[in-house]
Design a binder for this molecule. Structure first.
Ligand code: NAP
Length: 291
């Protein structure tokens, strides 16, 4: 990879996601040509969170485009934990369904952990069941959380060698930061995970050859946080208002950082498109496992 000091390599999640989808579609087409049962994904939405409604629509669209059988279950906000668990138990034994995704966040009266643990780990395409997280921790093959999986896919697509790379993740959520740390470790990177209680955080991030942010704080990370020549991955998706217009931005101040880093993901168009692509990939993986 070569670049000048002012033009970083743009790591395009749009390109990588397209490539992932293309390969999955080829496999699904082949399954169809053999007249076998198609992979199936069930998405469960509780309530009417506007962002969740859009995400669920996008997941349904992605399934249709690839040829994956899709079922969407929309339940009212006042659905009880036991009603939701009953639906999951039905989906666990539904032979048309290989993957079950519970759209988060759930209404506050439902405890996420109580729900996720009810999903058959073999159908847990979000990779958040304790069995899958445990397997990830011990380096075993498993279904892995989609967003961190998407980050690894971008790095691999651009032939970034993770072996012994000094990496710093900002953010330690179960959805992104922690599983990503495990995935990088499994790729032989050297990993530091930082969070809101980390002291002298800039000192730590500015030593990283690979810096990944997943915090949800618009444009917080400036060039002083970044090592010259680093690879920078921005998982953050934040909505900000500028001149009465709402736009998306990441955790990383792209304009400030772009002149000193070697490569960077934009927002939008970086990690964002990868999440659904990796969900499709996990659904195909779950299908193959179940067959
Ligand atoms: P989260 O559960 O709220 O976790 C945020 C993490 O960031 C926490 O570990 C928190 O530390 C840490 N943090 C917050 N402020 C910080 C600061 N000033 N300095 C250092 N660490 C700080 O969020 P999440 O679910 O991981 O999501 C993070 C971002 O990624 C959000 O913008 C979200 O929209 C985006 N996201 C994008 C995708 C995608 O498809 N691309 C998918 C998922 C999430 P503590 O643990 O100490 O509180």
């Amino acid at each position: 990879m070569t670049k000048t000091s002012t033009t970083p390599l743009i790591l395009s999640g749009i390109t990588v996601a397209e490539n992932v989808r293309k390969n999955i579609k080829l496999e699904v087409d082949e399954i169809r040509s053999k007249e076998q049962r198609l992979p199936g994904l069930a998405v469960v939405l509780v309530g009417e969170n506007p962002a969740s409604l859009i995400y669920v629509k996008n997941k349904e669209k992605a399934c249709i485009n690839i040829g994956i059988h899709s079922e969407v279950y929309q339940l009212p906000t006042n659905t009880s934990e036991s009603e939701l668990i009953k639906l999951i138990q039905t989906l666990n034994i539904n032979e048309k369904i290989d993957g079950i995704l519970i759209q988060l966040p759930l209404p506050i009266h439902i405890k996420v952990e109580n729900i996720i643990k009810e999903i058959d780990p073999n159908k847990d395409v979000d990779g958040l069941h304790p069995t899958n997280l445990g397997k990830l921790l011990s380096g075993q093959d498993c279904l892995k959380p989609c967003t961190p999986l998407g980050v690894i896919e971008i790095l691999k697509y651009y032939s970034i060698n993770l072996n012994s790379m000094s990496s710093v993740i900002v953010g330690r959520s179960t959805l992104v930061g922690k599983p990503l740390g495990m995935m990088l470790l499994n790729e032989n990177a050297t990993v530091t995970i930082t969070h809101s209680k980390t002291e002298n955080i800039e000192e730590i991030t500015s030593c990283a050859d690979l810096l990944i942010s997943a915090i949800g704080k618009p444009n917080l990370i400036k060039r002083t946080w970044v090592k010259k020549g680093a690879i920078v991955i921005d998982v953050g998706i934040n909505r900000i208002t500028e001149n009465d217009k709402t736009k998306l931005c990441g955790d990383i101040d792209f304009e400030d950082v772009k002149s000193i880093c070697h490569a960077i993901t934009p927002v939008p168009g970086g990690v964002g498109p990868m999440t659904i692509a990796m969900l499709m990939s996990n659904t195909l993986k779950a299908y193959k496992k179940q067959r």
